[in-house]
Design a protein around this ligand. Structure first.
Ligand SMILES: [Zn+2]
Length: 326
């Protein structure tokens, strides 16, 4: 099947291979699905195939669609400087910049022949004004322009954006594909099954968890953080390396996902231990949800530390709801 570099996602890969092979390519695709399941990787592979002169576009052979990897176009693509590929990504404020969209729209009107691809990731980082600036172009982008929007929170997108895109869904990976991705990163063995379960089949989250364990200096120290969080809750953010230009809120959201996966991965076998792990994860999930709705990241870290510290998370139902504003 085409795009073998993307594990799992057979339906999405099949859909793209057929569209590209038939040459009937939509103006805009919206690739959705849980975090860490390969959405961006898929968008990159589709972009590479569209831009490669040997990509099999319109060749009527879905199984051979894909970038050749050796031509000048593919080399420029791999080097991150292909002239026909543009990215709209979140900048310092954590939002996709409206000026960047205006520049892009102007440059698309000047384009020559061949395909031109725009990757928007994560698409939900377009504020309303930015999204509106893109709407008309998304509807009539001009021949050869293909938008690939990537989002794990499609509910946060304007419905007018969603309705202009063809939807492609990525799904959690089965344990075999999941193990395949992790083995590329040197993780294998007995822990795979529990990691698969803990992360809901998201290798991206599992790799983040591995990074958090490394940041702590080993699994024992990571477990110590889960049992007894640092006295300054802000130190919890250190579990996940900062990404340049990323908003603090997004880093804290990532950390909360790692903690949920970590708690679930190390739960004990007794029903009581499983109940506590499930309740802890659920509380952190709820804190994340309020963080996404605009609560301060500092407060979120403080509340997460309280969840970790509580000997029995059952007792939190008396104290956390008020702090969460409900
Ligand atoms: Zn090529």
């Amino acid at each position: 099947m085409s795009f073998p570099e993307v594990r799992g996602q057979r339906e999405a890969r099949r859909g793209f291979s057929r569209a590209l092979a038939s040459g009937r390519i939509a103006h805009a695709y919206l690739i959705t699905g849980p975090q860490g399941t390969g959405k961006r990787r898929l968008a990159d592979r589709v972009a590479g195939a569209l831009l490669c002169p040997h990509g099999g576009i319109g060749g009527e052979q879905p199984e051979t669609v894909g970038a050749c990897g050796t031509c000048g176009s593919c080399k420029a693509f791999a080097g991150g400087n292909h002239g026909a590929l543009s990215h709209l990504e979140a900048v310092g404020s954590g939002k996709i910049d409206i000026e960047g969209i205006r520049d892009l729209v102007a440059s698309l009107s000047l384009r020559g022949g061949g395909y031109r691809v725009v990757i928007v990731d994560p698409a939900e980082k377009m504020g309303e004004a930015a999204a509106n600036a893109l709407l008309k172009t998304l509807e009539e982008p001009g021949s050869g322009v293909v938008f690939l929007l990537v989002s794990h929170r499609p509910a946060h997108l304007l419905s007018t954006i969603v309705s202009r895109c063809q939807r492609v869904s990525c799904t959690p990976l089965d344990v075999e594909d999941f193990a395949g991705v992790l083995s590329e990163h040197g993780i294998s063995g007995d822990e795979i099954t529990s990691l698969h379960h803990a992360t809901g089949g998201s290798p991206g989250v599992a790799l983040g968890l591995a990074e958090a364990i490394e940041a702590c200096g080993g699994i024992e120290s990571f477990h110590a953080v889960l049992d007894q969080p640092p006295s300054d809750p802000r130190a919890l953010a250190e579990l996940s390396p900062a990404v340049s230009g990323e908003a603090v809120r997004d880093r804290v959201l990532r950390v909360s996902r790692l903690l949920m996966a970590g708690i679930w991965a190390r739960r004990g076998e007794s029903p009581e231990e499983r109940r506590r792990a499930a309740e802890r994860s659920a509380w952190i999930g709820e804190i994340s949800a309020t963080l996404e709705r605009g609560q301060s990241p500092e407060l979120a870290l403080e509340l997460i530390a309280r969840v970790l510290k509580a000997a029995d998370p059952g007792q939190l139902k008396d104290e956390l709801p008020a702090a969460l504003g409900r």
